[in-house]
Ligand binder design. Structure first.
Ligand code: ADP
Length: 661
């Protein structure tokens, strides 16, 4: 029945791409099926669209589908669709050439990279491959001959195309092709070492379809073999075709779930469907806390369906923890753990982004640099942050759950995402001295600030108790100032980076000088201060000398009311907790000397001054020296620090106590 047969040459660039395919440019060969199914799915989309637009087109669109057919004996696999099909010219144009601009350049680089490794089988770098869709040609990774039979919808004649991927192809006009396209692969022998599997095996096909094409909107069907026993369980069967009596029967099954929920209008989806997809993506059996379904229109179209879980996964802080976004391109699964789409501090967000205009073969490296992907990422981040903000204002209970589970991770964003620092600060909530049961937002804190208070006061530490009872709190409590209590490890770091909130500086109460006096108060306290400075000058310099191994300065304090002494750091010194954290991580950080501050009104301090004055300076007494040590040790213990020599400290203390009895 055939009319014209022609042998044509592939365009030069197509030939090069084919060469790379035949010579294992790409190690994951399974993807050929993903590419064929994606082409078939596009063809079905196009037919549906065309039948809507072109009323003249007489085609039945009531049963559009993709069929996978295997012939184990002939070792062929056919991917058949009843979609738009191609005319002869289409085939020459679309299959015989590569139209994409820049392909030649990329191919040249890919070839160079491959040649440079000196191995024929070496996979070319994924960056290069990611720049073009390998598409139809990927079939030559697994097949040594490919036949394509196609008929354009509405046309009467069809086209048969065949090639072994080596420079030429044969094209033939035929009369009796069914509408749509069938691609038949004459498979290469199995070679698992080269990642060439048996692509006639049902399990392998199922696996690939499930992995890459589960959400394709059209049914992907296959005749599956069932023994007499399994055939009784007829639930999954769509249509049955009987084999020999008593022998294995075959049933046509749909392999994919087709549930691309994200592509459907929001108002048609019920909660249960969302929850089911969430379970599928996250393997988490509790319902998500929040669902974000969004659509990007314009130049770069995409759909995103994101879930905020209601509890933290166990590996939230694991070194190799993954991010929860999967990337799809037009319903075809591309990759898990898509780092380009979500920053690390939102790694707990699960979901899917389905972008319409990307190559199926895009690599992680290319994604990271893609401007449009970066834009999508920015939008996702904004949307997640604003969703949390809404939770915070509209549903305090759920916001609290969220913050308890994910707060420490979100705060990492204060370090990593400077552009969104304000938005993150808005959703942060922290403990404070105001109420042990309740956390506060920074906004609420600022709204409660007392007249004359300019700064936002905080203190970091290992536990609420340690911070709350630390001597540094005394003057602030005496004045009724609220202090934020920051005890997450990440708090130690972000407070160093965030200078202010709403124009109010953030100030550690354990660092730098504290001066809480108002201008009026200063007038009355200044003369007394000056006097104290003179009175204590001798003691301070003697103490600084005696404790020179431990502290860098000894000075009078205005933050103590009841304790004799405390230790403080300079504004940019690392805190003892942070130092401990670094050491726990195996990092050898320098141990900064601290500043010892004394409370001049405490009897121990005033007593020490008197004793020091009466002392003959030349005969420095051991007893006074030991008191200095005790004073320093107490300041260290009061803030939860560790003594360098606890047994010496307890011995001196025991001796002193014995003397008092
Ligand atoms: P890509 O899919 O990236 O465009 P391919 O090499 O896979 O690249 O395919 C080239 C073109 O051939 C497609 O864009 C499409 O127009 C056409 N094509 C491929 N497969 C089919 C099919 N099953 N039905 C109709 N057209 C197809």
């Amino acid at each position: 029945m055939s009319t014209r047969i022609e042998t044509l040459e592939f365009q030069a660039e197509a030939r090069q791409l084919l060469q790379l395919m035949v010579h294992s440019i790409y190690s994951d060969k399974d993807i050929f099926l993903r590419e064929l199914i994606s082409n078939a799915s596009d063809a079905l989309d196009k037919l549906r669209l065309e039948s809507l637009v072109d009323k003249e087109l007489q085609v039945d669109t009531s049963d559009l589908h993709i069929d996978l057919e295997v012939d184990r004996e002939a070792r062929t696999l056919t991917v058949r669709d009843n979609g738009i099909g191609m005319s002869r010219d289409d085939v020459v144009q679309l299959i015989g050439t590569i139209a994409k601009s820049g392909t030649a350049e990329i191919l040249r680089k890919a070839k160079e990279a491959r040649d440079a490794t000196g191995s024929k089988d070496a996979a070319a770098s994924p960056e290069l491959i990611g720049q073009f869709g390998v598409g139809f040609y990927s079939t030559f990774m697994v097949a040594d001959r490919v036949t394509l039979l196609t008929r354009r919808a509405g046309a009467s004649g069809g086209t048969r195309w065949e090639s072994s991927g080596e420079g030429t192809y044969v094209i033939e006009e035929i009369d009796d092709a069914p509408q749509g396209t069938a691609v038949t692969l004459h498979l290469k022998p199995e070679d698992t070492e080269d990642h060439l599997f048996d692509y006639t095996a049902e399990w392998k096909i199922r696996e690939i379809v499930k992995r890459y094409s589960d959400f394709i909107a059209w049914p992907i069907r296959m005749a599956t073999e069932r023994t007499a026993q399994t055939a009784t369980d007829a639930d999954e069967a769509d249509e049955a075709a009987t084999g020999g009596a008593g022998a294995a029967t075959t049933k046509v099954q749909t392999l994919n779930s087709m549930k691309a929920l994200w592509a459907r209008p929001r108002d048609e989806i019920d909660q249960a469907e969302y929850h089911e997809l969430y379970r599928h993506l996250s393997h988490d059996w509790t319902d998500p806390l929040e669902i974000i379904h969004m659509k990007g229109e314009g130049l770069f179209e995409y759909e995103a369906l994101l879930f905020i879980p209601s509890h933290a996964p166990l590996d939230l802080f694991a070194q190799d923890g993954k991010r929860g976004i999967q990337l799809y391109v037009k319903r075809v699964f591309i990759m898990d753990d898509c780092q380009a789409l979500i920053p690390n501090y939102l790694r707990f967000v699960k979901g899917v982004v389905d972008a319409h205009d990307l190559s199926l073969n895009i690599s992680r490296e290319i994604l990271q640099q893609d401007r449009q992907i970066q834009q999508v990422r920015r939008r996702l981040v904004k949307k997640v942050l604003s969703t949390i903000r809404h939770l915070q204002t509209d549903d305090a209970e759920r916001y609290r759950t969220f913050w308890k589970e994910f707060g420490p991770v979100v705060k990492e964003g204060l370090l990593d995402d400077v552009g969104n620092q304000e938005a993150i600060l808005d959703i942060v909530s922290v403990s404070s001295t105001r109420d042990p049961e309740q956390t506060t937002t920074l906004r609420e804190y600022v709204d409660r600030m007392k007249d004359g208070q300019d700064d936002i006061y905080y203190m970091t530490g290992e536990s609420r108790l340690m911070v709350e009872k630390s001597p540094h709190m005394e003057a602030f409590q005496a004045r009724g100032y609220e202090v934020l209590i920051l005890t997450d490890p990440v708090d130690e770091v972000w407070v160093e980076r965030v200078a202010q909130f709403d124009g109010r500086p953030l100030r550690s109460i354990a660092k730098g000088q504290v001066d809480l006096d108002t201008a009026d108060e200063k007038d009355s306290t200044e003369p007394e201060r000056e006097q104290q400075k003179k009175d204590f000058a001798g003691l301070l310099s003697w103490l600084a000398q005696t404790l020179r191994e431990e502290v860098k300065e000894v000075r009078l304090s205005s933050r103590l009311t009841t304790s004799p002494a405390c230790l403080v750091g300079d504004t940019h010194d690392i805190t003892p907790t942070l130092e401990k954290m670094y050491r726990a991580m195996g990092q050898n950080v320098p141990h900064p000397k601290r500043i010892l501050e004394l409370n001049p009104t405490h009897p121990l301090v005033s007593g020490l001054r008197k004793a020091h004055e009466q002392q003959d300076t030349d005969t420095a007494s051991d007893v006074l020296g030991e008191t200095a040590e005790l004073l320093y040790g107490m300041a260290l213990l009061a803030e939860g620090g560790e003594l360098a020599d606890p047994s010496r400290f307890t011995r001196i203390l025991a001796d002193r106590l014995a003397n008092t009895l």
